[in-house]
Design a protein around this ligand. Structure first.
Ligand code: SF4
Length: 197
């Protein structure tokens, strides 16, 4: 049986809810870079049960259950996914970039749907653990030697970048040492309680 915190791409599972297409319904100028454009797209089913799963799988995401929304950076693009099936993404130079990102999101959402079919809703306990994530909470579990081996000025700067998704735990050589194995496990679980990819 698969552990609820992990995900294995299983060919045996027939995905009843799989989405087949993310359709672009609107294209408009990007506010920050008017020469580029943003897209609004739509999938043909509600996504409210997918959002908490993606929140637990994407370390830099922000989730609002009240607003039914999830936002995160994906390949340098800001993405918003909404419980009614809408998806916003920006900013693109051409149509092929937008289509490539939407194809990637389709794959990610289908993995989250498959996770949901196998495990159901994530537990409140996992969501509370993920809600606790902050630079300070991460910093508490880093080695705090400020050795600079990760290329950052110190552990707190590294913590901030772990949270925004621009660095990964593997990039701190110090925490790979056996004496930090508990902290490494805790951070890995807290930052990404569900692994979809
Ligand atoms: S390599 Fe690790 S211990 Fe060293 S400064 Fe970076 S985060 Fe801190």
């Amino acid at each position: 049986m698969t552990h609820p915190g992990t995900f294995e791409n299983s060919s045996r599972s027939k995905r009843r809810e799989e989405i087949r297409e993310i359709r672009i319904v609107e294209r408009s100028p990007c506010l920050v870079e008017p020469r580029r454009f943003k897209v609004t797209a739509k999938v043909d089913k509600p996504l409210e049960h997918v959002l908490p799963i993606l929140y637990l799988a994407l370390p830099s995401s922000n989730y609002s259950e009240a607003h039914g929304s999830l936002s995160f950076l994906r390949n340098g693009r800001l993405v918003g996914i909404f419980s009614d099936g809408r998806i916003n993404a920006s900013c693109f130079e051409d149509e092929s970039e937008a289509k490539a990102l939407l194809e990637d999101l389709k794959r990610l959402i289908n993995k989250a749907l498959e996770y949901y079919e196998e495990h159901g809703k994530p537990s409140q306990e996992l969501l509370e653990l993920r809600n606790k994530v902050s630079p300070l909470e991460i910093y508490k579990h880093l080695p705090k030697t400020n050795c600079g081996a990760c290329g950052e000025q110190g552990c707190f700067a590294f913590a901030v970048k772990l949270l925004n998704g621009s660095r990964t735990l593997d990039e701190c050589p110090e925490i790979q040492k056996p004496k930090y194995s508990e902290d490494r496990r805790y951070l890995s679980h807290m930052l990404q309680p569900i692994k979809l990819e």
